[in-house]
Design a protein around this ligand. Structure first.
Ligand code: ADP
Ligand code: MG
Length: 538
Protein backbone atom coordinates (compact mmCIF):
# COMPACT_ATOMS: atom_id res chain seq x y z
CA UNK A 1 0.00 0.00 0.00
CA UNK A 2 2.88 2.35 0.84
CA UNK A 3 5.02 1.32 -2.08
CA UNK A 4 4.67 4.71 -3.73
CA UNK A 5 5.71 6.70 -0.58
CA UNK A 6 7.38 10.00 -1.34
CA UNK A 7 10.37 11.27 0.63
CA UNK A 8 9.53 14.25 2.88
CA UNK A 9 11.63 17.37 2.58
CA UNK A 10 11.76 19.49 5.70
CA UNK A 11 14.73 21.59 4.71
CA UNK A 12 15.01 24.12 1.94
CA UNK A 13 16.61 22.99 -1.27
CA UNK A 14 20.36 23.54 -1.25
CA UNK A 15 20.62 23.03 2.49
CA UNK A 16 23.52 20.84 3.39
CA UNK A 17 23.41 18.45 6.25
CA UNK A 18 26.13 16.33 7.78
CA UNK A 19 25.55 14.34 10.88
CA UNK A 20 27.08 11.87 13.32
CA UNK A 21 30.77 11.02 13.13
CA UNK A 22 31.33 12.83 9.88
CA UNK A 23 29.98 16.10 11.27
CA UNK A 24 32.18 15.68 14.29
CA UNK A 25 35.34 14.87 12.43
CA UNK A 26 34.77 17.67 9.95
CA UNK A 27 34.38 20.18 12.78
CA UNK A 28 37.39 18.86 14.63
CA UNK A 29 39.53 18.95 11.50
CA UNK A 30 38.59 22.59 10.89
CA UNK A 31 39.27 23.62 14.49
CA UNK A 32 42.60 21.80 14.51
CA UNK A 33 43.60 23.49 11.28
CA UNK A 34 43.08 26.89 12.86
CA UNK A 35 45.08 25.90 15.90
CA UNK A 36 47.91 24.58 13.71
CA UNK A 37 48.01 27.82 11.79
CA UNK A 38 49.13 29.82 14.83
CA UNK A 39 51.18 27.14 16.57
CA UNK A 40 54.49 28.19 15.09
CA UNK A 41 54.18 31.67 16.63
CA UNK A 42 54.04 30.43 20.25
CA UNK A 43 56.74 31.43 22.65
CA UNK A 44 59.96 33.42 22.66
CA UNK A 45 61.28 31.55 19.64
CA UNK A 46 58.01 31.66 17.74
CA UNK A 47 58.02 32.99 14.20
CA UNK A 48 56.02 35.90 12.82
CA UNK A 49 53.43 35.77 10.10
CA UNK A 50 52.96 38.08 7.17
CA UNK A 51 49.31 38.57 6.37
CA UNK A 52 48.21 40.10 3.11
CA UNK A 53 44.59 41.11 2.74
CA UNK A 54 42.57 41.33 -0.46
CA UNK A 55 43.59 44.98 -0.84
CA UNK A 56 47.25 44.02 -0.67
CA UNK A 57 47.79 45.57 2.76
CA UNK A 58 50.43 43.82 4.78
CA UNK A 59 50.46 43.05 8.50
CA UNK A 60 53.46 41.39 10.10
CA UNK A 61 52.68 39.95 13.49
CA UNK A 62 53.27 37.30 16.08
CA UNK A 63 50.02 37.99 17.86
CA UNK A 64 47.57 35.09 17.75
CA UNK A 65 44.44 37.21 17.97
CA UNK A 66 45.61 39.50 15.18
CA UNK A 67 46.48 36.60 12.90
CA UNK A 68 43.09 35.01 13.38
CA UNK A 69 41.29 38.32 12.96
CA UNK A 70 42.98 38.92 9.61
CA UNK A 71 42.37 35.41 8.29
CA UNK A 72 39.22 35.12 6.26
CA UNK A 73 37.76 31.98 7.78
CA UNK A 74 34.38 30.59 6.84
CA UNK A 75 34.05 27.23 8.53
CA UNK A 76 31.66 27.57 11.51
CA UNK A 77 33.69 25.36 13.86
CA UNK A 78 36.88 27.14 12.90
CA UNK A 79 35.14 30.41 13.73
CA UNK A 80 34.44 29.13 17.22
CA UNK A 81 38.17 28.74 17.75
CA UNK A 82 38.67 32.32 16.67
CA UNK A 83 36.13 33.33 19.29
CA UNK A 84 38.45 31.86 21.94
CA UNK A 85 41.21 34.16 20.82
CA UNK A 86 38.86 37.14 20.96
CA UNK A 87 37.61 36.31 24.45
CA UNK A 88 41.13 35.75 25.66
CA UNK A 89 42.26 39.07 24.21
CA UNK A 90 39.33 40.94 25.76
CA UNK A 91 39.73 39.54 29.26
CA UNK A 92 43.44 38.98 29.57
CA UNK A 93 45.22 40.79 26.69
CA UNK A 94 47.61 37.87 26.27
CA UNK A 95 47.68 34.10 25.99
CA UNK A 96 45.65 33.99 22.77
CA UNK A 97 47.92 31.57 20.97
CA UNK A 98 48.12 29.33 24.02
CA UNK A 99 44.33 29.19 24.33
CA UNK A 100 43.88 28.26 20.69
CA UNK A 101 46.67 25.69 20.73
CA UNK A 102 45.25 24.02 23.85
CA UNK A 103 41.78 23.88 22.28
CA UNK A 104 43.21 22.25 19.16
CA UNK A 105 45.03 19.65 21.23
CA UNK A 106 41.96 18.89 23.35
CA UNK A 107 39.98 18.22 20.19
CA UNK A 108 42.73 16.11 18.69
CA UNK A 109 42.83 13.92 21.78
CA UNK A 110 39.07 13.62 21.98
CA UNK A 111 39.04 12.33 18.42
CA UNK A 112 41.21 9.44 19.60
CA UNK A 113 38.77 8.77 22.43
CA UNK A 114 35.78 8.82 20.08
CA UNK A 115 37.58 6.25 17.96
CA UNK A 116 37.90 4.09 21.07
CA UNK A 117 34.12 4.40 21.38
CA UNK A 118 34.05 6.78 24.32
CA UNK A 119 30.85 8.78 23.92
CA UNK A 120 31.29 12.54 23.40
CA UNK A 121 29.10 13.37 26.41
CA UNK A 122 31.44 11.33 28.61
CA UNK A 123 34.41 13.21 27.16
CA UNK A 124 32.66 16.51 27.83
CA UNK A 125 31.96 15.55 31.42
CA UNK A 126 35.59 14.52 31.94
CA UNK A 127 36.82 17.78 30.42
CA UNK A 128 34.55 19.74 32.72
CA UNK A 129 35.86 17.95 35.79
CA UNK A 130 39.42 18.45 34.60
CA UNK A 131 39.05 22.17 33.89
CA UNK A 132 37.45 22.79 37.30
CA UNK A 133 40.33 20.96 38.91
CA UNK A 134 42.79 22.93 36.80
CA UNK A 135 41.40 26.22 38.14
CA UNK A 136 41.89 24.98 41.69
CA UNK A 137 45.45 23.93 40.90
CA UNK A 138 46.21 27.28 39.29
CA UNK A 139 45.20 29.02 42.47
CA UNK A 140 47.48 26.73 44.45
CA UNK A 141 50.42 27.48 42.16
CA UNK A 142 49.90 31.24 42.20
CA UNK A 143 52.60 33.51 43.58
CA UNK A 144 51.93 36.95 45.04
CA UNK A 145 53.38 39.78 42.96
CA UNK A 146 55.61 42.62 43.97
CA UNK A 147 56.58 45.59 41.83
CA UNK A 148 59.71 43.97 40.35
CA UNK A 149 57.60 41.06 39.24
CA UNK A 150 55.22 43.37 37.39
CA UNK A 151 58.10 44.38 35.19
CA UNK A 152 58.97 40.74 34.58
CA UNK A 153 55.37 39.99 33.66
CA UNK A 154 55.62 42.68 30.98
CA UNK A 155 58.95 41.30 29.79
CA UNK A 156 57.53 37.79 29.49
CA UNK A 157 54.68 39.13 27.35
CA UNK A 158 57.13 41.00 25.11
CA UNK A 159 59.60 38.13 24.71
CA UNK A 160 59.69 36.78 21.19
CA UNK A 161 57.94 39.76 19.63
CA UNK A 162 59.83 42.09 17.37
CA UNK A 163 59.64 44.50 20.31
CA UNK A 164 61.54 41.93 22.36
CA UNK A 165 64.85 43.65 21.72
CA UNK A 166 63.74 46.64 23.77
CA UNK A 167 61.63 44.77 26.26
CA UNK A 168 63.25 46.28 29.38
CA UNK A 169 62.49 49.71 28.04
CA UNK A 170 58.86 48.99 27.10
CA UNK A 171 58.28 46.96 30.28
CA UNK A 172 59.39 49.94 32.32
CA UNK A 173 56.98 52.26 30.48
CA UNK A 174 54.11 49.75 30.88
CA UNK A 175 54.62 49.41 34.63
CA UNK A 176 54.91 53.16 35.18
CA UNK A 177 51.79 53.78 33.10
CA UNK A 178 49.74 51.17 34.98
CA UNK A 179 50.87 52.35 38.40
CA UNK A 180 50.08 55.95 37.43
CA UNK A 181 46.44 55.21 36.60
CA UNK A 182 45.72 52.44 39.14
CA UNK A 183 43.03 53.31 41.68
CA UNK A 184 41.69 51.74 44.83
CA UNK A 185 37.93 51.21 44.58
CA UNK A 186 36.26 49.56 47.60
CA UNK A 187 39.57 48.10 48.66
CA UNK A 188 40.23 46.59 45.23
CA UNK A 189 42.86 47.68 42.80
CA UNK A 190 41.31 48.76 39.51
CA UNK A 191 43.19 49.70 36.36
CA UNK A 192 41.17 51.36 33.61
CA UNK A 193 43.22 50.96 30.47
CA UNK A 194 41.23 53.76 28.80
CA UNK A 195 43.23 56.08 31.03
CA UNK A 196 46.38 55.07 29.18
CA UNK A 197 46.26 56.74 25.79
CA UNK A 198 48.60 55.47 23.14
CA UNK A 199 49.81 57.55 20.22
CA UNK A 200 52.11 56.13 17.60
CA UNK A 201 54.41 57.92 15.24
CA UNK A 202 56.86 56.42 12.77
CA UNK A 203 60.25 57.77 11.76
CA UNK A 204 62.39 57.20 14.79
CA UNK A 205 63.83 54.48 16.98
CA UNK A 206 61.67 52.54 19.43
CA UNK A 207 63.89 53.90 22.19
CA UNK A 208 62.46 57.37 21.57
CA UNK A 209 59.11 56.18 22.88
CA UNK A 210 58.07 57.89 26.06
CA UNK A 211 55.51 58.11 28.83
CA UNK A 212 53.91 61.50 29.25
CA UNK A 213 52.09 62.51 32.36
CA UNK A 214 49.12 63.98 30.52
CA UNK A 215 47.60 63.90 27.08
CA UNK A 216 49.16 63.94 23.64
CA UNK A 217 47.10 65.28 20.76
CA UNK A 218 47.97 64.39 17.20
CA UNK A 219 47.36 68.01 16.18
CA UNK A 220 49.18 71.26 15.61
CA UNK A 221 48.28 74.79 16.57
CA UNK A 222 46.12 76.49 13.96
CA UNK A 223 48.26 79.56 13.35
CA UNK A 224 52.04 79.90 13.23
CA UNK A 225 51.78 83.26 15.01
CA UNK A 226 50.57 81.56 18.15
CA UNK A 227 53.00 80.74 20.96
CA UNK A 228 54.56 77.28 20.70
CA UNK A 229 54.27 76.69 24.39
CA UNK A 230 52.07 78.03 27.17
CA UNK A 231 52.92 77.63 30.86
CA UNK A 232 50.26 77.52 33.60
CA UNK A 233 47.70 77.13 30.88
CA UNK A 234 44.01 77.82 31.35
CA UNK A 235 42.27 75.56 28.89
CA UNK A 236 38.92 76.25 27.24
CA UNK A 237 37.25 73.13 25.82
CA UNK A 238 34.75 74.10 23.15
CA UNK A 239 32.65 71.71 21.10
CA UNK A 240 31.07 74.13 18.65
CA UNK A 241 32.59 75.76 15.60
CA UNK A 242 34.25 79.13 15.98
CA UNK A 243 32.88 80.29 12.66
CA UNK A 244 30.13 82.50 11.34
CA UNK A 245 26.88 80.60 11.72
CA UNK A 246 25.33 79.48 8.49
CA UNK A 247 21.78 80.70 7.98
CA UNK A 248 19.09 78.13 8.56
CA UNK A 249 17.31 78.92 5.33
CA UNK A 250 18.97 79.66 2.02
CA UNK A 251 19.05 83.41 2.03
CA UNK A 252 20.12 85.48 -0.88
CA UNK A 253 21.64 88.80 -0.04
CA UNK A 254 21.73 91.27 -2.84
CA UNK A 255 24.63 93.57 -2.65
CA UNK A 256 24.24 96.58 -4.85
CA UNK A 257 27.23 98.73 -4.03
CA UNK A 258 30.79 98.09 -2.78
CA UNK A 259 30.15 99.78 0.56
CA UNK A 260 27.48 97.28 1.38
CA UNK A 261 29.86 94.43 0.73
CA UNK A 262 32.54 95.76 3.02
CA UNK A 263 29.93 96.46 5.68
CA UNK A 264 28.67 92.92 5.39
CA UNK A 265 32.17 91.48 5.70
CA UNK A 266 32.94 93.82 8.59
CA UNK A 267 29.95 92.48 10.44
CA UNK A 268 31.16 88.90 10.03
CA UNK A 269 34.59 89.93 11.21
CA UNK A 270 33.15 91.79 14.18
CA UNK A 271 31.16 88.74 15.16
CA UNK A 272 34.25 86.49 15.07
CA UNK A 273 36.27 89.06 16.98
CA UNK A 274 33.58 89.20 19.65
CA UNK A 275 33.79 85.40 20.04
CA UNK A 276 37.55 85.59 20.49
CA UNK A 277 37.12 88.48 22.95
CA UNK A 278 34.73 86.38 25.00
CA UNK A 279 37.21 83.52 25.10
CA UNK A 280 39.94 85.93 26.15
CA UNK A 281 37.73 87.54 28.79
CA UNK A 282 37.17 84.16 30.42
CA UNK A 283 40.90 84.10 31.15
CA UNK A 284 41.67 81.21 28.77
CA UNK A 285 45.15 80.94 27.28
CA UNK A 286 44.55 77.71 25.36
CA UNK A 287 41.56 76.81 23.20
CA UNK A 288 40.84 73.23 22.21
CA UNK A 289 37.98 73.18 19.75
CA UNK A 290 36.24 70.02 18.62
CA UNK A 291 35.00 71.73 15.44
CA UNK A 292 36.50 74.18 12.98
CA UNK A 293 38.00 77.60 13.61
CA UNK A 294 37.54 80.27 10.93
CA UNK A 295 40.69 81.86 9.43
CA UNK A 296 39.69 85.28 10.67
CA UNK A 297 39.11 83.95 14.18
CA UNK A 298 42.51 82.25 14.00
CA UNK A 299 44.06 85.59 13.17
CA UNK A 300 42.44 87.33 16.15
CA UNK A 301 43.36 84.46 18.45
CA UNK A 302 46.96 84.63 17.36
CA UNK A 303 46.96 88.41 17.91
CA UNK A 304 45.56 87.83 21.40
CA UNK A 305 48.43 85.40 22.12
CA UNK A 306 46.12 82.40 22.47
CA UNK A 307 47.16 78.86 21.62
CA UNK A 308 44.44 77.02 19.69
CA UNK A 309 43.75 73.61 18.20
CA UNK A 310 40.81 72.74 15.98
CA UNK A 311 38.99 69.53 15.12
CA UNK A 312 40.13 67.66 18.22
CA UNK A 313 38.73 64.15 18.59
CA UNK A 314 35.71 63.73 20.85
CA UNK A 315 37.55 61.10 22.89
CA UNK A 316 40.45 63.51 23.34
CA UNK A 317 38.05 66.25 24.47
CA UNK A 318 36.66 63.91 27.11
CA UNK A 319 40.11 62.86 28.24
CA UNK A 320 41.17 66.50 28.44
CA UNK A 321 38.10 67.37 30.45
CA UNK A 322 38.87 64.58 32.90
CA UNK A 323 42.54 65.44 33.23
CA UNK A 324 42.42 69.25 33.30
CA UNK A 325 39.18 69.55 35.25
CA UNK A 326 37.71 71.75 32.52
CA UNK A 327 34.13 71.60 31.30
CA UNK A 328 33.26 71.11 27.65
CA UNK A 329 31.29 74.18 26.57
CA UNK A 330 28.99 74.45 23.55
CA UNK A 331 27.96 78.07 23.67
CA UNK A 332 30.88 80.48 23.82
CA UNK A 333 28.59 83.14 25.32
CA UNK A 334 28.37 80.92 28.41
CA UNK A 335 32.12 80.45 28.77
CA UNK A 336 33.38 81.60 32.14
CA UNK A 337 36.53 81.15 34.18
CA UNK A 338 34.87 78.28 36.09
CA UNK A 339 34.72 76.21 32.92
CA UNK A 340 38.45 76.36 32.28
CA UNK A 341 40.74 73.45 32.93
CA UNK A 342 44.34 73.81 33.91
CA UNK A 343 47.65 72.30 32.87
CA UNK A 344 51.10 73.38 33.87
CA UNK A 345 52.23 73.19 30.26
CA UNK A 346 50.68 73.02 26.82
CA UNK A 347 53.31 72.69 24.17
CA UNK A 348 53.71 71.86 20.50
CA UNK A 349 56.69 69.64 19.71
CA UNK A 350 57.96 68.32 16.43
CA UNK A 351 57.70 64.53 16.48
CA UNK A 352 58.94 62.84 13.34
CA UNK A 353 57.48 64.49 10.27
CA UNK A 354 54.88 66.65 11.95
CA UNK A 355 53.86 68.30 15.18
CA UNK A 356 52.00 67.03 18.21
CA UNK A 357 50.61 68.90 21.17
CA UNK A 358 51.48 67.81 24.71
CA UNK A 359 49.20 68.78 27.58
CA UNK A 360 51.09 67.98 30.76
CA UNK A 361 51.02 68.66 34.47
CA UNK A 362 47.27 68.30 34.83
CA UNK A 363 45.80 68.48 38.35
CA UNK A 364 43.86 65.24 38.04
CA UNK A 365 46.53 63.37 36.17
CA UNK A 366 44.80 60.01 36.35
CA UNK A 367 45.44 59.69 32.68
CA UNK A 368 48.78 59.25 31.00
CA UNK A 369 49.85 58.99 27.39
CA UNK A 370 52.42 56.83 25.74
CA UNK A 371 54.09 57.93 22.56
CA UNK A 372 55.32 54.91 20.66
CA UNK A 373 58.00 55.37 18.03
CA UNK A 374 59.43 53.04 15.42
CA UNK A 375 61.22 53.18 12.09
CA UNK A 376 58.34 52.30 9.78
CA UNK A 377 54.60 51.91 9.95
CA UNK A 378 54.80 48.11 10.21
CA UNK A 379 57.27 48.36 13.06
CA UNK A 380 55.19 50.89 14.99
CA UNK A 381 52.04 48.83 14.47
CA UNK A 382 53.64 45.67 15.81
CA UNK A 383 55.19 47.63 18.70
CA UNK A 384 51.74 48.92 19.47
CA UNK A 385 50.31 45.38 19.59
CA UNK A 386 53.18 44.22 21.78
CA UNK A 387 52.79 47.22 24.05
CA UNK A 388 49.04 46.61 24.39
CA UNK A 389 49.82 43.05 25.51
CA UNK A 390 52.44 44.26 27.98
CA UNK A 391 50.34 47.00 29.50
CA UNK A 392 47.36 44.63 29.63
CA UNK A 393 49.16 41.85 31.49
CA UNK A 394 50.71 44.31 33.90
CA UNK A 395 47.23 45.70 34.63
CA UNK A 396 45.84 42.19 35.12
CA UNK A 397 48.72 41.15 37.39
CA UNK A 398 48.43 44.37 39.37
CA UNK A 399 44.65 44.01 39.77
CA UNK A 400 44.73 40.34 40.75
CA UNK A 401 48.03 40.41 42.59
CA UNK A 402 48.94 36.89 41.52
CA UNK A 403 51.16 35.34 38.85
CA UNK A 404 52.42 31.94 37.75
CA UNK A 405 55.75 30.81 36.38
CA UNK A 406 55.74 30.47 32.57
CA UNK A 407 57.67 28.47 29.99
CA UNK A 408 55.23 25.58 30.24
CA UNK A 409 56.13 25.00 33.90
CA UNK A 410 52.63 25.43 35.27
CA UNK A 411 50.93 23.53 32.46
CA UNK A 412 53.39 20.68 33.05
CA UNK A 413 52.70 20.75 36.79
CA UNK A 414 48.94 20.77 36.31
CA UNK A 415 49.17 18.05 33.72
CA UNK A 416 50.97 15.85 36.25
CA UNK A 417 48.52 16.63 39.03
CA UNK A 418 45.53 15.97 36.79
CA UNK A 419 46.92 12.53 35.99
CA UNK A 420 46.76 11.51 39.62
CA UNK A 421 43.38 13.21 40.02
CA UNK A 422 42.08 11.08 37.12
CA UNK A 423 43.00 7.87 38.93
CA UNK A 424 40.65 8.80 41.74
CA UNK A 425 37.77 9.33 39.31
CA UNK A 426 37.87 6.02 37.49
CA UNK A 427 35.59 4.86 34.69
CA UNK A 428 35.53 6.35 31.24
CA UNK A 429 35.71 9.90 32.55
CA UNK A 430 39.18 8.99 33.76
CA UNK A 431 40.24 8.54 30.15
CA UNK A 432 38.92 12.00 29.30
CA UNK A 433 40.72 13.61 32.24
CA UNK A 434 43.89 11.84 31.20
CA UNK A 435 43.43 13.17 27.69
CA UNK A 436 43.00 16.67 29.14
CA UNK A 437 46.14 16.20 31.19
CA UNK A 438 48.05 15.12 28.09
CA UNK A 439 46.68 18.03 26.09
CA UNK A 440 48.13 20.60 28.50
CA UNK A 441 51.60 19.35 27.66
CA UNK A 442 51.11 20.86 24.22
CA UNK A 443 52.40 24.15 25.63
CA UNK A 444 55.88 22.99 26.71
CA UNK A 445 56.03 20.70 23.68
CA UNK A 446 55.29 23.53 21.27
CA UNK A 447 57.69 25.89 23.05
CA UNK A 448 60.39 23.25 22.58
CA UNK A 449 59.48 22.60 18.94
CA UNK A 450 59.51 26.27 18.08
CA UNK A 451 62.89 26.67 19.76
CA UNK A 452 64.30 23.91 17.58
CA UNK A 453 64.60 21.50 20.51
CA UNK A 454 63.63 17.85 20.54
CA UNK A 455 60.06 17.91 21.87
CA UNK A 456 60.03 14.32 23.12
CA UNK A 457 63.26 14.64 25.09
CA UNK A 458 62.15 17.98 26.50
CA UNK A 459 58.87 16.51 27.77
CA UNK A 460 60.72 13.55 29.28
CA UNK A 461 63.15 15.91 31.06
CA UNK A 462 60.29 18.07 32.21
CA UNK A 463 58.29 15.16 33.63
CA UNK A 464 61.40 13.95 35.43
CA UNK A 465 62.04 17.35 37.03
CA UNK A 466 58.44 17.66 38.13
CA UNK A 467 58.46 14.15 39.61
CA UNK A 468 61.42 15.31 41.70
CA UNK A 469 59.31 18.17 43.02
CA UNK A 470 60.87 20.88 40.84
CA UNK A 471 57.49 22.39 40.05
CA UNK A 472 58.84 25.63 38.57
CA UNK A 473 60.75 23.86 35.84
CA UNK A 474 59.84 24.77 32.28
CA UNK A 475 61.41 24.77 28.83
CA UNK A 476 64.75 26.51 28.49
CA UNK A 477 64.16 27.88 25.03
CA UNK A 478 67.54 29.56 24.86
CA UNK A 479 69.96 26.82 25.92
CA UNK A 480 67.85 23.71 25.47
CA UNK A 481 66.67 21.31 28.13
CA UNK A 482 64.69 22.47 31.13
CA UNK A 483 65.29 25.19 33.71
CA UNK A 484 63.78 26.84 36.77
CA UNK A 485 61.42 29.52 35.49
CA UNK A 486 61.21 31.19 38.89
CA UNK A 487 64.94 31.73 38.85
CA UNK A 488 64.69 32.77 35.20
CA UNK A 489 62.03 35.30 36.27
CA UNK A 490 59.50 34.18 33.66
CA UNK A 491 56.14 35.20 35.11
CA UNK A 492 52.67 35.58 33.66
CA UNK A 493 49.37 36.56 35.31
CA UNK A 494 47.39 33.63 36.73
CA UNK A 495 44.28 35.00 35.01
CA UNK A 496 45.87 34.58 31.56
CA UNK A 497 46.60 30.90 32.10
CA UNK A 498 43.33 30.15 33.81
CA UNK A 499 41.22 31.86 31.15
CA UNK A 500 43.17 30.14 28.37
CA UNK A 501 42.51 26.69 29.82
CA UNK A 502 38.88 27.44 30.65
CA UNK A 503 37.88 28.84 27.30
CA UNK A 504 39.82 26.17 25.41
CA UNK A 505 37.95 23.53 27.37
CA UNK A 506 34.55 25.15 26.98
CA UNK A 507 34.97 25.51 23.25
CA UNK A 508 36.23 21.96 22.82
CA UNK A 509 33.16 20.74 24.71
CA UNK A 510 30.88 22.86 22.57
CA UNK A 511 32.38 21.53 19.35
CA UNK A 512 32.32 17.93 20.59
CA UNK A 513 28.64 18.06 21.47
CA UNK A 514 27.68 18.88 17.89
CA UNK A 515 26.65 15.83 15.91
CA UNK A 516 24.53 17.50 13.31
CA UNK A 517 25.41 20.40 11.07
CA UNK A 518 22.55 21.84 9.05
CA UNK A 519 23.65 24.71 6.95
CA UNK A 520 21.78 26.67 4.38
CA UNK A 521 25.13 27.53 2.87
CA UNK A 522 27.55 24.85 1.74
CA UNK A 523 30.41 24.52 4.24
CA UNK A 524 33.71 24.91 2.46
CA UNK A 525 35.49 21.58 2.30
CA UNK A 526 38.66 21.29 4.38
CA UNK A 527 41.79 21.22 2.28
CA UNK A 528 43.82 18.03 2.41
CA UNK A 529 45.95 17.87 5.55
CA UNK A 530 43.72 20.45 7.18
CA UNK A 531 45.80 23.51 6.46
CA UNK A 532 44.77 26.80 4.97
CA UNK A 533 46.32 28.07 1.80
CA UNK A 534 49.45 29.99 2.51
CA UNK A 535 49.12 29.54 6.23
CA UNK A 536 51.23 26.43 6.57
CA UNK A 537 53.83 26.00 9.26
CA UNK A 538 56.78 28.24 8.73
P1 ADP B 1 50.41 33.86 23.60
O1 ADP B 1 49.65 34.44 22.46
O2 ADP B 1 49.78 32.60 24.10
O3 ADP B 1 50.72 34.82 24.69
P2 ADP B 1 53.24 33.91 23.07
O4 ADP B 1 53.86 33.78 21.72
O5 ADP B 1 53.27 35.23 23.70
O6 ADP B 1 51.77 33.37 22.95
O7 ADP B 1 53.96 32.84 24.01
C1 ADP B 1 53.60 32.66 25.33
C2 ADP B 1 54.34 31.49 25.93
O8 ADP B 1 55.75 31.74 25.93
C3 ADP B 1 53.94 31.28 27.37
O9 ADP B 1 53.74 29.92 27.60
C4 ADP B 1 55.13 31.80 28.14
O10 ADP B 1 55.28 31.20 29.40
C5 ADP B 1 56.26 31.45 27.22
N1 ADP B 1 57.47 32.23 27.50
C6 ADP B 1 57.59 33.58 27.52
N2 ADP B 1 58.86 33.94 27.85
C7 ADP B 1 59.56 32.80 28.04
C8 ADP B 1 60.90 32.49 28.39
N3 ADP B 1 61.78 33.46 28.61
N4 ADP B 1 61.26 31.18 28.49
C9 ADP B 1 60.36 30.21 28.26
N5 ADP B 1 59.07 30.44 27.91
C10 ADP B 1 58.66 31.70 27.81
MG1 MG C 1 51.99 36.47 24.70
Amino acid sequence: MYSGQQPIFILKEGTERTSGRSAQSNNIAAAKAVADSVRSTLGPKGMDKMLVDSMGDVVITNDGATILKEMDIEHPAAKMIIEIAKTQEQHCYDGTTSAVVIAGELLKRSEDLVEQNVHPTVICEGFRLASDKASELIEAHSIEVDQDMLEEVAKTALTGKSAGAVKEFLADISVRAVLAVAQEVDGETVVDLDDIKVQKRQGSSIKDSSLVDGIILDKERVHSGMPRSVSDAKVALINSAIEVKKTEVDAKIQITDPNMLSQFLDEEEQYLKSLVDKIQDSGASVVICQKGIDDVAQHYMSKAGLFAIRRAKKSDMEALSKATGGRIVTNIDDLSSDDLGSASKVEERKIGESDMVFVTGCPDAKSVSVLLRGGTEHVVDEIRRAFDDAVGVVAVAHEDGVVLTGGGSVTAAISRELRSYAEGIGGREQMAIEAFSGALEVIPRTLAENAGLDPVNTIIDLRKSHSEGKSHFGVNVYEGGVADMKEGRVFEPSRVVEQAIQSASETAVMILRIDDVISSRATPPMPEGGEFDGMGMM
